[in-house]
Design a protein. Structure first.
Length: 267
């Protein structure tokens, strides 16, 4: 479904700074219906990678193939049609405060010139899919963070895409809401057969959601494989460090829970 072949991305030098190499020879294959995580620390190049898939960034060299089409050769006229095949979910929900849940979900269809009947046919089934049928006419200010992200997911699905690109979609959410959103994404993958690319800095997200994972550092994929194998036997120092951080976060949360329980017993 998606193939990145020797993809490089270099940003031109700005006054007082050198050019920045964000991606260095990325090779990555993603099968149809697969959920692949791309993980790394800040500045590793993971967000640039996902933006090269939907051509919000044009690779400096190399090719990006989506569903058999070399998208790096598409004309400006063909780009909008291509991008409708790709849904994008962001860390920051990017909802319009003056529009209801329904109207926010419908926005991409409106911009594409769809009729009211076509919009209703596409949006109405998405509301129960993401658990928002009772919030149809509410405004963003009336929603929780998790509900706002559900609107963002439904909006990304409104054009019936083949691929869903998720960029740090749980970073602004609390742990319980994160769990719910990851469960929703897994359910959507099973129901709709969507291919998903998930950008994150959290190994827990990868473990809960993804089939395979690519670990990035310095614009390079340093390790790639099936999630269970990477967790069981990480080879690269970056992967080992990310897993160690996850273990420390787990220990910290466990200790906090135990302290709270003890305090409750003492009280």
């Amino acid at each position: 479904m998606i193939r990145l072949s020797n993809v490089h991305k270099t940003y031109a030098a700005r006054r007082g700074s050198d050019e920045h190499i964000a991606l260095r020879g990325i090779n990555l294959d993603i099968a149809a219906g697969e959920i692949v995580g791309v993980i790394g620390r800040s500045g590793a190049g993971k967000s640039t990678l996902i933006r090269c898939i939907n051509l919000l960034e044009t690779p400096t060299s190399g090719t990006v193939t989506v569903d058999g089409t070399n998208v790096t050769t598409l004309s400006k006229r063909d780009l909008p049609l291509f991008r409708r095949q790709l849904g994008m979910v962001f860390q920051h929900f990017n909802l319009l405060s003056s529009r209801t849940v329904f109207d926010n979900i419908a926005l991409p269809l409106e911009l594409a010139g769809a009729s009211k009947a076509e919009i209703a046919k596409a949006v109405d089934p998405l509301l129960p899919l993401v658990g928002l049928e009772e919030k149809r006419d509410r405004y963003p200010a009336e929603l929780s963070g998790g509900q706002k992200q559900r609107v963002g997911i439904a909006r990304a699905l409104s054009s019936n895409p083949k691929v869903l690109l998720c960029d740090e979609v749980t970073s602004a959410l609390d742990p319980e809401t994160t769990r719910q959103i990851l469960t929703l994404l897994k359910d959507i993958n099973k129901r709709l057969g969507l291919t998903m690319v998930v950008i994150t800095h959290e190994m827990a997200v990868v473990k809960a959601l993804c089939d395979r994972v690519a670990v990035m550092d310095g614009g390079v994929i340093v390790e790639e494989g099936v999630v269970e194998g990477i967790f069981a036997d990480p080879k690269h120092a970056t992967t080992q460090s990310l897993l160690a951080d996850e273990f420390m976060d787990f220990r910290a949360g466990s200790d906090a829970n135990n302290t709270g329980a003890a305090a409750g017993q003492e009280g």
